[in-house]
Design a protein around this ligand. Structure first.
Ligand code: TYM
Length: 328
């Protein structure tokens, strides 16, 4: 059995991009592997969060993990701040990270842009905390979307650097990207990725959007004017994005869908896609609403935190021994 770790930030509405790029992979892995899925609330505070929103979003993401079909009997679901070992190892990983390599992270550059004198230091030191998340569980495989590739490569470098300096403590993790769906694009600017932190609500589909919003957002999705339903990322990014989402939700090949819609209008494709999204999300939303305020959700997170603490503390002990931070 392989160890699997992944995390999602509770920093906004969870999007169809998170679902297709990451969460669908989690579902497939839970049957065979030893999985840890985390709500990374300490990562979320690297940018300002309203405390009440953060608390609500944390709970909401936990409920969504279960609502999409993750089984708390099979996987460990927990909140990052419930396991103190993350920040403890995060600090140690910072001490072996170089400022230059952290400054080269494209997500740091994107998020720091325009903040000038007030770039939070935590934005820069985000990747060593992410490395700690992963390495505490002796993770073999990290399932994520394409945008996390650079962070996982850095995690591998840091793990290797630690092992070379202090002895073989960490497993070197591999990344797992989905074959399709690793980068779902914005509905409004289809050359940008769909993001939960996009201020334009029309640009993303949230897993919790109402039926009316889903239909409206898909109807208004940016396309082009040549009216041919064809997958061509370069020249037709909007239609290609809708076709990718369609293909992933229907479990059908792109070519098959192109053939079915040849000669049909964009409106027809969008109408059918909205139906597909609704039929995927409706049962998830129903389970979500039954769970989100329940004490059952607290029980799941308490049990998850207990299991995660056990595994994480065992690794942290080895690390502290190796570094010389333990007194004996
Ligand atoms: P986050 O919260 O931005 O995104 C969570 C997961 O969703 C994927 N994703 C997408 N996939 C396809 N298309 C999109 N438009 C899209 N948007 C997001 C992301 O790739 C990710 O897999 N740094 C991480 C959180 C994190 C983490 C970790 C992940 C912290 N520690 C340890 C893995 C392991 C992040 O900000 O993801």
């Amino acid at each position: 059995m392989k160890n699997i770790f992944s995390g999602i930030q509770p920093s906004g509405m969870i999007t169809l991009g998170n679902y297709l790029g990451a969460m669908k992979q989690f579902l497939a892995l839970q049957e065979q592997e030893n999985c840890f899925f985390c709500i990374v609330n300490q990562h979320a505070i690297t940018l300002p969060q309203d405390p009440a929103d953060l608390r609500r979003n944390t709970r909401s993401l936990a409920a969504l993990y279960v609502a999409i079909g993750l089984d708390p009997e099979k996987v460990v679901l927990f909140v990052q701040s419930d396991v103190a070992a993350h920040v403890k190892l995060g600090w140690i990983m910072q001490t072996i990270s170089y400022v230059g390599e952290l400054e080269r992270m494209t997500q740091f550059k994107d998020k720091a842009r325009g903040r000038e004198e007030s770039i939070p230091a935590g934005l820069l030191t985000y990747p060593p905390l992410m490395a700690a998340d992963i390495l505490l569980y002796q993770t073999d495989v990290v399932p994520v979307g394409d945008d996390q590739k650079q962070h996982i490569e850095l995690t591998r470098d840091l793990a290797q650097r630690f092992n070379n300096r202090f002895g073989e403590v960490f497993t070197i993790p591999d990344i797992q990207l989905p074959s399709v769906g690793g980068r779902i694009m914005s509905l409004q600017e289809p050359t940008k990725k769909m993001s939960k932190s996009d201020p334009n609500q029309q640009s993303f589909l949230s897993l919790l959007d109402s039926e009316a919003d889903i239909v409206k957002k898909i109807k208004r999705a940016q396309t082009d004017s040549d009216n041919a339903i064809r997958f061509d990322k370069e020249n037709k990014p909007g239609i290609s994005n809708l076709l990718s989402i369609y293909s992933l939700l229907a479990g059908r090949k792109l070519e098959e869908i192109e053939a079915e819609y040849s000669g049909k209008t964009y409106g027809a494709l969008k109408g059918d896609l909205a139906e597909l999204v609704l039929s995927e999300l409706k049962p998830i939303q129903e389970r979500y609403h039954n769970l989100v305020e329940s004490s059952q959700l607290d029980d799941i997170l308490d049990a998850g935190a207990a299991k995660a603490n056990e595994v994480a503390n065992a690794t942290l002990d080895k690390v502290e021994q190796a570094v010389g931070l333990s007194r004996k």
